[in-house]
Write a protein that binds this ligand. Structure first.
Ligand SMILES: [Ca+2]
Ligand SMILES: [Ca+2]
Ligand SMILES: [Ca+2]
Ligand SMILES: [Ca+2]
Length: 486
């Protein structure tokens, strides 16, 4: 080995010697910082960047995102600094040229000045006397963050609601035409689970379904509660709570009023009823615009009520416009999604379950759209306000979501929801600080992370977690999607 090295050196000796001579001569003669006098002085030149003007990093990258390098013709040592650029503040630069993000970048919620995930920063290379700059553009690319979305069922006819069946990956999906399916969320195998039937065991004529939730029928035992509609009126019916179904009448929905059902922190079913015109939402004489708590009456034959009412219900809130979802967060707050009339959709969170006022027709979001709002008591200002519109963080109709408590790190402890046009959003639950309204600029746009293997999530209407914590998204055009770890 040593012999070979020596032999190779000897073989190139002439050319190398000439090169070394030229280099030493340049160093000695060109130095204007070494105090050398005499000889032929050469002019100092600024370092020249040799690293590229563009780079690409995957989101969530911590540590070095790019390494600057520059060549100095005189061999001066080069130092690097940030000289400007629209996104200069997003970066920190080590003296050796290692550039990193102050906060790991989030593709789904870009932090650059114009929000296009291309971060612009100007770097400077200096030899102590002269410098040059490089306009650097770093593109942040998406990572799916462990999220895999598989279409597990398709061809469902007019699905309207989804809920866990309480064991394994069994999911109940309500179809508009009075049928509840049991779907194995892993295999997609579907079978009929329940149909509301009359006294002669025929499907109830004219009955349609509007929604579904899994709530406590009595005590801790849970059952499905379906929102039903018949002859222009909405009702709630507990599935399999009695030998025959019983309907708890709610409200006139013949004018297209939206109704949503979910489960509260106390296990009761909560129904949110809209009031598009806004004339009844604040009136105690109507269920329109109200949030109503439903439980099975444990003793329906007590007292003199004939016929017995099999449900107990109480109004817990006023002032809803066009609700689209009710769910409960892990901290026990009830979350109600309400679509706005012309300005804002909103998500309202409340720890209290009495005497609430969601503000319609006086407020949309935090904006007073009709005079008189200040006089309302129990006013619940939204925890999240989303302007209506067509941009990525504007809504075309909020769809009630769910707090994801499963194992996928990319969405763990986030509220995951959507709009009717298929935007999928998430936001960390920790952002919902009581007494504050989060703006839609804080929403992570998760469509790329949630792109399914087959089909499109373009008309989402419902979210549910199965008993194992796996997330499902129901699409009104007939698809059921399962969201699992990669
Ligand atoms: Ca130089
Ligand atoms: Ca992200
Ligand atoms: Ca940019
Ligand atoms: Ca992502």
């Amino acid at each position: 080995m040593r012999f070979q090295t020596g032999f190779g050196w000897a073989g190139r000796s002439a050319a190398t010697a000439i090169a070394l001579t030229l280099m030493l001569s340049a160093c000695g003669g060109g130095s204007d910082s070494g105090g050398s006098s005499g000889g032929s002085a050469t002019t100092n030149t600024a370092p020249t960047f040799t690293s590229a003007g563009t780079a690409s990093v995957v989101e969530n990258t911590a540590g070095t995102a790019y390494t600057a390098s520059a060549n100095d013709a005189q061999g001066d040592s080069v130092t690097y600094s940030i000289a400007g650029g629209a996104d200069a503040a997003a970066f920190t630069l080590g003296a050796g040229g290692a550039l990193s993000f102050v906060q790991p970048p989030n593709y789904d919620l870009p932090g650059d000045a114009n929000g296009d995930n291309v971060y612009e920063v100007t770097l400077k290379a200096s030899d102590g006397k002269l410098d040059s700059t490089l306009a650097l553009a770093i593109t942040v690319t998406n990572d799916r963050e462990g999220i895999t979305v598989k279409r597990v069922a398709t061809g469902l006819v007019d699905p309207v609601g989804i809920a866990s069946l309480g064991s394994g990956s069994d999911i109940a999906v309500a179809l508009k035409a009075n049928e509840i399916l049991k779907i194995n969320g892993t295999t997609g195998a579907a079978s009929q689970y329940y149909v509301f039937k009359n006294s002669v065991s025929a499907p109830v004529p004219g009955l349609t379904l509007l929604g579904l939730t899994r709530a406590a029928a009595s005590g801790a035992s849970k059952s499905l509660y379906a929102l039903t509609a018949q002859s222009g009126r909405a009702s709630v019916a507990c599935v399999s709570c009695w030998y025959s179904p019983s309907y708890g009448d709610l409200a006139d929905i013949s004018n297209g009023t939206s109704v949503a059902i979910g489960t509260g922190p106390d296990g009761a079913a909560f129904v949110a009823i809209g009031d598009p015109a806004g004339t009844l939402a604040q009136s105690s004489s109507s269920n329109a615009g109200k949030l109503i708590r439903f439980v099975v009456n444990p003793d329906p034959y007590a007292g003199a009520s004939v016929p017995p009412d099999l449900y107990l219900r109480n109004t817990v809130g006023n002032g809803l416009h066009a609700p689209s979802g009710v769910t409960t967060l892990p901290d026990g707050r009830l979350a109600v999604s309400d679509r706005g009339g012309s300005v804002f959709d909103e998500l309202s969170l409340t720890a209290s379950l009495t005497s609430l006022n969601f503000g319609w027709p006086f407020y949309e979001g935090t904006q007073e759209v009709n005079a008189g709002g200040a006089a309302l008591s129990g006013l619940v200002m939204p925890s999240l306000s989303i302007p209506l519109g067509s941009d990525k963080r504007q809504s075309r109709g909020i769809v009630g979501g769910i707090a994801y408590t499963g194992s996928i790190p990319g969405i763990a402890n986030q509220y995951v929801f959507a709009d009717a046009d298929g935007r999928i959003w998430s936001i960390p639950l920790a952002k919902f600080v009581a007494g504050t309204t989060v703006q839609s600029s804080a929403l992570e746009v998760r469509n790329e992370d949630f792109k399914p293997d087959v089909g499109t999530i373009d008309h989402p209407i419902g979210f549910a977690l199965d008993a194992e914590g796996t997330l499902y998204i129901l699409d009104s055009d007939g698809d059921l999607f399962r969201v699992s770890a990669a």
